[in-house]
Design a protein around this ligand. Sequence first.
Ligand code: A3P
Length: 321
Amino acid sequence: MSKNRQHAAEFLDKALADGVNMREEEMHFSYNGVLYPTVVCNPDTFKALESFEARKDDVILVGYPKTGTNWLDHILSTLESTAAKYTEEELKQQVAIGKELAMAQRLEFGDPEIYERMKKFPYRRILITHLHPQALPTSIFKKKAKVLVLIRNPKDTAVSYFHFSNGMTCLPTSTWDQFFTKFMTGKVGWGSYFDHVAEWDKYINDENIMAISYEELKEDLNLGLKKIAKFFDFFLTEEEIQNVAEKSSFKAMKEKSSETHGSAGDIFFRRGTIGDWRSLFSEAQNQEMDRRFEERLAGTKLGAKIKYDIYCKVRGDKQPS
Ligand code: A3P
């Protein structure tokens, strides 16, 4: 769960330290046919996840890995705390309680007892997950908690995931060609990108679900923040929105990354641009991805939101950087 930066940095430093002594074949385990990283997830926690009790006012973000989930984590926490006008004392208390309850950074991280402890958190909860809808506890849908679905174009997501996997000691290393094959076959943590987007697309007309793309936030962050704030009923002035936008810029977040993400800071905040896929994709890989997008996502609402023709075609328009 968000709201505890120091704990998050310690957690990530431990994951990096644990990874040093792991064999590559131990770095993922499979649960219901999907791979997950061993240092942060465990099968008993997945079993316990169904006991998680959602609250109607939980702020939930779901995004496949490397779609900008840490960015949105920061945005949601900052929007929520600005709108709630917490006092300094309350902010400190949230951090202390988060630490005491050993809250994790993602809904599916941590030990199996975490869902019992999360019941005790006395403030509004910001919950981030990479899971697909069938893997989420049913209580989220029953309670009608609002879910923001974050998407990013598949080519930049793959390239970001490649650099991330090679940077983290707890994830297997590969050449780009090897990683591309893993990404296309779903042999990476949290499984197939295409399944993830296609599954979430089935929920997209639900009134409690809204989608936002990495690219639209890059195009116009203030507008994106306003859409998010409206969806979650966070009331902020223009000036406050502007302030959140400044705090959420790539530069601002990267500068603070060692504080927020420990020694993994530079791995999480790498380039923060659109179109870096051009540095790695071969012609054959471009064609394979174009075909797969066409087959799996082209006719879907989330597929349309990705603006594939603009951001992923070889002769795409100039991108915002
Ligand atoms: P790159 O590797 O392309 O730079 P996640 O948080 O889901 O792991 O996603 C990480 C990606 O989001 C990285 O992409 C990272 O640089 C990018 N990112 C993080 N913060 C950002 C910000 N404030 N603005 C733009 N991109 C950001």
